[in-house]
Design a protein around this ligand. Structure first.
Ligand SMILES: [Zn+2]
Length: 165
């Protein structure tokens, strides 16, 4: 090798330059330190990876939050889409049992705690009227037929299929 100080060729293993006395050993130690520092600099690029991991975690958290937000909005809108009539009172079986033949429409309204919906006025016999009380919770209808404003018959029919129970 060559001495860095005077440029003359010297033995590879020598600690000092035999020509100028330059400390070769110290030079080598310095070089090793620089190499070691470079190595730690390279390995210190790991915090970048951790930053990437953090970014991925934040991204996943955002995705999860987004999915939850979409689901809750979908749920809330599905609740909103339910008919407002759902808020109407429920015609319980107890109340239905208290409707008797011969009661007037007004008496039936008191028993069922609400007005009925007029469904049919008899085409030939105008004295016949059929009223429905919708029970949205039990998906059924209380159908009461009146003649001359007196209960003639009553029945419960299913809300959707319109089939007798
Ligand atoms: Zn030298």
């Amino acid at each position: 090798m060559y001495c860095k100080s005077c440029g003359l060729e010297i033995d590879n293993n020598s600690r000092y330059c035999i020509f100028c006395g330059h400390n070769i050993y110290e030079e080598k130690i310095k070089q090793q330190k620089v190499l070691a520092e470079e190595r730690t600099y390279l390995t210190s690029s790991e915090p970048m990876n951790q930053q990437d991991k953090r970014r991925i975690a934040v991204f996943i958290a955002f995705i999860i939050f987004f999915v939850i937000a979409v689901c809750s909005v979908a749920y809330i809108s599905s609740v909103d889409q339910k008919p407002q009539e759902m808020e109407k009172p429920i015609w319980s079986t107890d109340r239905y049992e208290k409707v008797y033949i011969g009661m007037s429409y007004k008496e039936v309204c008191d028993v069922l705690q609400g007005d009925g919906n007029l469904i049919v006025v008899g085409e030939n016999d105008l004295s016949v009227k059929i009223y429905h009380w919708n029970d949205y919770k039990l998906n059924r209808i209380i159908e009461i037929t009146f003649q001359f404003d007196k209960v003639m018959s009553k029945r419960i029919i299913s809300f959707h299929q319109n089939k007798p129970f």
